[in-house]
Design a protein around this ligand. Sequence first.
Ligand code: ZN
Ligand code: ZN
Length: 402
Amino acid sequence: MNASRHDWTAAGLAELDETIALRRAIHADPEIGLRCDRTTAKIKAALAGLPLEYREGPSTSGLIAILRGQRGDNGRTVLLRGDMDALPMQEETGLPFASTVSGAMHACGHDSHTAMLVGAAKALSARRDALPGTVVFMFQPGEEGHHGAREMIRDGLLTDPAPDAAFALHIYPNAPAGVFVGRPGPLLASTDTVHATIRGKGGHAAMPHDCRDPIPVACEIVGALQVMIARQVPVADPAVLTITQVHAGSSHNIIPEEARIMGTLRTLSPATREATRAAFRRTVEGIAAAHGMTAEVEIDEGYPVTLCDPRATAMMQGVAADLGAAWVPMPAPMMGGEDFSYVLQEVPGAMAFMGVAPEGSDPASNPPLHNTRMTIDEATMARGIAMHCTLAERYLESGFGS
Ligand SMILES: [Zn+2]
Ligand SMILES: [Zn+2]
């Protein structure tokens, strides 16, 4: 691995004060979903005056900023992504810049992701003369279940210019500050939501033979689904199916007309995703039919598996080493989901986590992502900026071959 030609660690540190100020402004004013317009306005204000072109689409408040390097154009384009949206929860950190929006909180660190990406855009703009290709900065709302990346892709925002590689960072409060954590291949799971309605025939609870009772059938289906996961899914390519809701009935003496179940289906490969969706449908419909009932199955499409290209992960690991940062290989994927997966379906790339445990804290016991008390070591953002910038420069110079 060649040493970086530029001291990106120093560049990241030079951006730190403004990055912290921007992160705090976004943190205090969180927005949820596909329209984070106040956040977009803050990003535009922070980028004002830089030599960037912009693209926006109708479906979201997402923003694409394009930096065209001036050292000749070798045709490479690299995308760096930062998500922008917050979560529907009430902050309890007690920070002086805590959320001023009731019921909204940046508990997944997307405030810091956006601020770091702005910092990287500024630092890379200052080195525009030395860049031999194009950098695309993707500011994306709606990561928390709203398919923001998919909407931006459908709006055509990844076509002009089309990136050849993509990278993203996600902060992680349960790892030491400044450490990077990642793995090649599946990093995060697909996240489909499954629903089934079992339709029987209601009537008097004392005369079940005159009815078709959907409750024991729903119970049988829940058990059979666990057997399906245990016996039909390869152990080396696993799936999780958790039934999280069961609804039926209204009284002690009435057999209800129908029973409904709902849950989450998580997988680590497109093949197992497809197979377990089909098996869910088959199991529900088959057991209902065996008892003379019908079932209606619905599967809400969640995020795809987040699949990291091994070359891109190796590049992140190499850059971490050059920045003097530890790289901690993740032994197994996490079963959470991430909509950067949509970008990785379009172009090869990788995501890594960056430890942000506050100084003096015990990483293992820190409030995790999506917790009302989640906090970060802000100084670590300098390293995140350095990671973004080094990845961009290195990819433009040598592709994945560096
Ligand atoms: Zn999240
Ligand atoms: Zn997140």
